[in-house]
Design a protein around this ligand. Sequence first.
Ligand SMILES: NC(=O)c1ccc[n+]([C@@H]2O[C@H](COP(=O)([O-])OP(=O)(O)OC[C@H]3O[C@@H](n4cnc5c(N)ncnc54)[C@H](O)[C@@H]3O)[C@@H](O)[C@H]2O)c1
Length: 887
Amino acid sequence: MDQYKLFIDGEFVDAADGKTFDTIDPGTGLPFATVAQAGNADAEAAIAAAKRAFDSGVWSGLPMAERVAKLQDFADQISQQGVRMVMTECMDAGQIVSYATMIATWASLLTRNLATYALTEFPMEEEIAASGNPFSPGREFIVREPIGVCVGIVPWNFPTALAMWKIVPALIMGNTIVVKPASNTPLTALILAEAAKAAGIPKGVLNVIPGPGGALGRTICTHPDVDKIAFTGSTEVGREIMRLASDTVKKVTLELGGKSANIILDDADMDLAVEGACFGTFLHQGQICESGTRVLVPAKFYDEFVERMKKRAEALRIGYQLDPSSHMGPVVSKEQLATVEHYVQLGKEEGAELITGGKRAEVKGMEGGYYYTPTIFANVDNKMRIAQEEIFGPVVCVIKYNDDDEAVAIANDSIYGLAGGVFSSSIARAEAVARRIRTGTMWINNYHVFAEYCPFGGYKQSGVGRELGKWGLEEYTQIKRIHVPAISDANTNFPFKMLKDDKRMEGFSYSSPTAVVVGHGSLSAINKAVVDLGCRRAMILTDPGVRAAGLADLVKSALVDFCVGIYDKIPQDPDLESVDGAVAKARELQANCIVSVGGGSVIDAGKVVCVCLKNGGKANDYVNRWSALTEPQTPHIVVPTTAGTGSEVTTVAVITSKTAGRKLFIADPRIVPNGAILDPRFTMTLPKGMTVGSAMDAMTHAVEALTSIMANQMCDGQALHAIRLIRENLPLVAADGSNEKARLNMQIAATTAGWAFTIAQVGMAHAMAHTVGTLHHVPHGTACGIALPHVMRFNVDHATAKLAQVAQALGVDTQGMSERDAALAAADAVQALMEKVGHPMRLRDVGVPEEGLGLCAFHAMADSSILFNPRPAGDPGEILELFKQAY
Ligand SMILES: NC(=O)c1ccc[n+]([C@@H]2O[C@H](COP(=O)([O-])OP(=O)(O)OC[C@H]3O[C@@H](n4cnc5c(N)ncnc54)[C@H](O)[C@@H]3O)[C@@H](O)[C@H]2O)c1
């Protein structure tokens, strides 16, 4: 008899205790090879060798291309062993020779296919284009690394294939592996080890230790140096492996049992379906985990179908597995034969009708072999044990059903979910049924089809994880995320600041991509702006007030034939639905560019319209998301008609959600408009109240950008200049709305303040304004203005120098004043300016009820603007006090 040894650390060795066992040919019942039997000492040695090899980097440290080259050599060595592999597999596992030949060929194919795929396509590293975390910008990427020492526990039904399913992905990804084949079928794994050695795969990378599952399994599944276990076998043993692996928290992939349903729909091609039902369950004597052992047949032709299955089953030739004329060989062992007999007896006792089979088969000259006839039970109730438990033999249950819903319910009524089939003349109908089955693989008009690039694995108690394809490769890697901050500095780290008193950020990143054209008549620039963006179909977005003022039509005439339509239904403080209405119109018009003509409401709606046009879906899909977009959006040109929000240059869009009951944001550098036209003719019609209110929005942006913890010198310059411009020009436009020069200066101030705050952020006044805007519909700019002086006083000891600069920009003579007094004087100067231009001074003046202040304070605390306020603001009592002061 042939002698086989263990393969440990690159050498074929005897077991440490010298034990051996015989392996039996199930077709004859006779031993045909002697194998060294691994014990615990051998398992320890194999794991130690695998760990040494892994840690040394001799394999894990190789570039992928070098590992792949070695695996291709391995594939060649397997091909060279082809005939021996086939014969041995047949004699060890009882596979019929045609099947074993296919599988041996696959062993080599699998290796080459997956190795080449890993080298050329599998993403070992991936950049994460948008991190989704706006507080810690920088580069984010992942690298995939091997897990370490893997264990592959292989069952007896497909000793070569299932060993390769574990060895190949483990090795491709740089792991090392210890393979424990089933004690019934240990030989081909050892031949694979010979091939690996001949291919020059370094010692210790692959180790093979045949031996008894129970004792050896405990050692390898609990060993602290084992990082991952990949097991194929019964659900019962899978549960135990998971338990054993849990103490050391190993990664596990489990490919376990099944009781798969093969559903024959009532429009199926009968010849095909009968063939599929028999192939699906009698191939390899039914010893395939994903076999379609429950055949679900419609009542309509149940009896005829059973009769035809019977005929087909009885025509199958049972014989010695190496005889090329055999359709079915023996079951794998005496024990398995006993299990099959036990279940057949049980089926009879449960009341199922035995149609054919149900007994051992006799093969002339092979009397000691473990042959069993293909067996069909009809009139099986799905609750019977023969329909619920895995038999692993040539026994099929044929179950009757009345309609598709019932078939789906029966198919899903199982603890397993490994695979299944649907036979139908309508692929659409079959697909619809396939989607409803809770199982890892569904074959339509086919069965038992595996492929290297397609995943295999189970739902429910059929397993954890997937084998094969990119999903199988992923299971043999760890994912490491690597973060590199945009600025590596202790004082420019937003989260670090949570543990510091000084919250100010020193470094910053400044980006202002909007092309701005400024001046009387600058509307003329719009055609060129559209063309430069590669567009010719612009839809104008506006609101009824702006339309009524004739401003949208002014833009339409300037656009000439580039304008495909006007959508004028954007309300003030737009909600999600109004954005969706605009998106639908733009899609209908096939617009490839949006021109927003209006104030912040229209511009913000326009930003979200552009996001939806580019990415599909509705506004609600994008709100409350920060830093999520990775590409430029649909081109957006803006013609502001108020001088306040600065939205034409900001990264923010504010949209009201009725369901959330508040304003939600999209904050993303990708939504900044591409172009803005500041033509004073567009603000001349703005009524005085709006003029003053929106100016205080700009003023608040400037002051809060200057004092925020994100303040920086570039934005400081913009903010201070905006404050000066507003101080000088707001009284002029308030007195005379037709003062074009002053109007233009106010526009410049608003845009400049927008640039400042989109980088430097805002603070408490905005948190308060967002709240009273949502709860009491106070216009944003007006609410900002009312809150601002109170917030400046609230912040006086946390932004003293900056507020003193505000005083100077507001024209206060600060000479002789302490810095703190100058800072307080800035708040007074803001109030004086507001009084001068007739701005409301108190929340009570704009309809906020006194009893509502508590709720306002509560909401303001949850507003993200508060994060950037110079004075840490976590005390609800303090915030309520501010609201009371502003009241
Ligand atoms: N994205 C940002 O960076 C940002 C910043 C601040 C505020 N906002 C948001 O902007 C919105 C407020 O924008 P707004 O203050 O510009 O006001 P708005 O866009 O809501 O317009 C207010 C009213 O003024 C009318 N109007 C506008 N321009 C006119 C003109 N030239 N002539 C006649 N009528 C005119 C409009 O028809 C509308 O009825 C709020 O929803 C706020 O949350 C956004």
